[in-house]
Design a protein around this ligand. Structure first.
Ligand SMILES: Cc1cc2nc3c(=O)[nH]c(=O)nc-3n(C[C@H](O)[C@H](O)[C@H](O)COP(=O)(O)OP(=O)(O)OC[C@H]3O[C@@H](n4cnc5c(N)ncnc54)[C@H](O)[C@@H]3O)c2cc1C
Length: 408
C-alpha cells in the first residue's frame, strides 16, 4: 500500500506539466469557440489522441498509480483548460469504468479499445443509466432487458436521457432492468456494439454550460445484443440476482447494483474536475484583481476583494485534499467508512460553483461578458453539483453511511 502523500513524485510532476501544457496550448484557446458551437470538438479529441492523452493506456496508467493521484491530477489539469472540451475527452472514461467495474477480462479487452478508436479514427463511448423518470431515483428505471434463451440474445427496450456522447458513441454501455421486483438490485449493464439496429439518438440537449460536450437521449427499440454483451456474464448475474432475492427475503449482505459500482469509482474523479474549473476561475480572478485599478489602486488592495480570493484558494486546496484522500483510499482498497468519495465530490462541486461565482463578481462587468472566460467557467461549474449524483444525493449517501439509517 502506498503511503498517503500530498507531494507529487518527479514522474507525476512530469505528467502534470505535460497535461498542463496541452490544456494551456490546445484546450484553453479552443474553449470559447466550441462553447459557442455547442458541438463535440472532434479535432481537439484527435489532437489529444495523437499525443496520447485520449487513450485507454494513458488512463489505465493513471488509474493504477498506487498513490491514487494519477487520475485526479489528470482531471484537474484537463478541466483547468476547459470543462466542456475536457468532458468530451474524458467522457468515454465513464463507459470504460462501467466495463472495468462490471465486465470480465475478455469484455474489457474487446470493448474498451473500441470505445477510444485510434489517433487516425477517434471514437467515443457513452454510459447510459439516467432516464426521464429515473435520475436520482435509479430504482425507477424502466428500460428492460429480456433474455431470449433460444438465440442467446438480450433484447433491450427503453429511453435513456442526458447521456454524455449518447447517440454519437461507437460503444454504448446501457444499464437496464432484468428483474423489476428487485429495484436497483435487479439492474444489469450491457454493451451495445457499434451500429446495432434499434439504437438511435433522440433529442440533443442545448445546455447552460459544458456546451462542447454532447448530451442526448438514447432510444432503444428492440435492440438485440449477443449474450456475451451482458457485462460480467449470465452466470455471475444469476448468482447476484439469487443473492439479492435471498436478501430481499431474509435481509442478508448488501448487493451492489451495476450503476452504483460505476459511480462509486468515479465520484472523486468528478471532484477533481470541479477543482480544475475552480482553480482556473480563481487564477483569472487573482490576475485581474492585481491589475484592475479603481479609486487609484488595484482592486486587490481592498480587503473585500483580497479576502474573497483568500477564501477561494482555501476552499480549492481543501477540496483537492478531500479528492486526493478519497482517490488514495480507493486505489489502496480502503473502505469508504464515511462515504469519503461522496464527501469529496460534494465539497469540490459546491466549491466550484461558489468560486466561479466569486470570480465573476471580482471581474465586475467584464466577468459577466463572454470576453472573459469566468462567465463560461461559472456556467460550466453548475454541472458538478448535478451529474453523477446531485449534492443532495451525496449528502444522503454521507448521512446514511454515518448514521447507518435509511434517511430519506
Ligand atoms: C450535462 C449532463 C450530463 C450527464 N451525463 C450523464 C451520463 O453520461 N450518463 C447518465 O446516465 N446520466 C447522465 N446525466 C444525468 C445525471 O446524472 C442526472 O441529471 C442526475 O443524476 C440527477 O437526476 P435528475 O436530473 O433526474 O434530477 P432529479 O432526480 O429529478 O432531482 C431534482 C432535484 O431534486 C433533488 N432530489 C431528488 N431526490 C432527492 C432526495 N431523496 N432528497 C433530497 N433531494 C432530492 C435533487 O438533488 C435535485 O436537486 C447527465 C446530466 C447532465 C445534465
Amino acid at each position: 500500500m502506498a503511503e498517503f502523500t500530498m507531494e507529487l513524485n518527479d514522474e507525476q510532476k512530469e505528467v502534470r506539466d505535460w497535461l498542463h501544457g496541452f490544456a494551456a496550448d490546445v484546450i484553453r484557446p479552443a474553449a470559447a469557440e466550441w462553447d459557442e458551437r455547442e458541438e463535440t470538438p472532434w479535432p481537439v479529441i484527435q489532437e489529444a489522441a495523437k499525443v496520447g492523452i485520449y487513450s485507454l493506456d494513458f488512463y489505465a496508467q493513471q488509474y493504477f498509480d498506487p498513490t491514487g493521484l494519477g487520475i485526479p491530477m489528470a482531471m484537474e489539469e484537463l478541466f483547468w483548460g476547459d470543462a466542456g472540451i475536457a468532458l468530451s475527452i474524458v467522457g468515454t472514461g465513464l463507459a470504460a469504468v462501467g466495463v472495468l467495474a462490471n465486465g470480465t477480462e475478455e469484455q474489457i479487452g474487446t470493448w474498451i479499445p473500441q470505445m477510444y478508436g485510434d489517433a487516425n479514427d477517434v471514437k467515443v463511448a457513452a454510459f447510459c443509466s439516467s432516464e426521464p423518470d429515473a435520475g436520482s431515483d435509479v430504482a425507477s428505471m424502466r428500460t428492460r432487458a429480456v433474455y431470449d434463451e433460444a438465440k442467446d440474445e438480450w433484447v433491450l427496450n427503453g429511453t435513456k436521457t442526458w447521456a454524455t456522447n449518447g447517440g454519437i458513441a461507437n460503444v454504448h454501455v446501457v444499464v437496464a432492468v432484468v428483474d423489476a421486483e428487485l429495484g436497483s438490485k435487479g439492474h444489469a449493464s450491457f454493451i451495445v456494439p457499434p451500429n446495432t439496429p434499434g439504437l438511435s439518438q433522440g433529442q440533443k440537449f442545448k445546455k447552460h454550460g459544458i456546451r462542447a460536450s454532447h448530451t442526448a437521449e438514447v432510444v432503444l427499440e428492440n435492440v438485440r445484443v449477443p449474450g456475451s454483451c451482458l457485462l460480467g456474464g449470465k452466470e455471475r448475474l444469476d448468482q447476484r440476482l439469487a443473492r439479492a432475492r435471498e436478501r430481499a427475503k431474509t435481509g442478508g449482505e448488501r448487493v451492489k447494483n451495476a450503476a452504483m459500482a460505476t459511480f462509486e469509482a468515479s465520484r472523486p474523479a468528478v471532484g477533481a474536475m470541479a477543482v480544475g474549473t475552480a482553480r482556473a476561475a480563481y487564477e483569472v480572478a487573482l490576475d485581474y484583481a492585481k491589475t484592475r485599478e479603481q479609486f487609484g489602486r488595484p482592486i486587490i488592495d481592498n480587503q473585500g476583494v483580497a479576502f474573497q480570493l483568500a477564501d477561494m484558494r482555501t476552499s480549492i486546496d481543501a477540496a483537492r485534499l478531500l479528492v486526493w484522500r478519497a482517490s488514495w483510499m480507493a486505489i489502496n482498497g480502503k473502505q469508504f467508512t464515511a462515504a469519503e468519495g461522496s464527501m469529496s465530490k460534494l465539497f469540490a462541486s459546491e466549491t466550484a460553483k461558489k468560486v466561479t461565482a466569486q470570480a465573476v463578481q471580482i471581474l465586475g462587468g467584464n466577468g459577466y461578458t463572454r470576453e472573459y472566460p469566468v462567465e463560461r467557467m461559472h456556467r460550466d461549474a453548475a454541472i458538478y453539483t448535478i451529474f453523477e449524483g446531485t449534492s443532495e444525493i451525496q449528502r444522503l449517501v454521507i448521512a446514511r453511511t454515518l448514521s447507518g439509517m435509511s434517511i430519506r
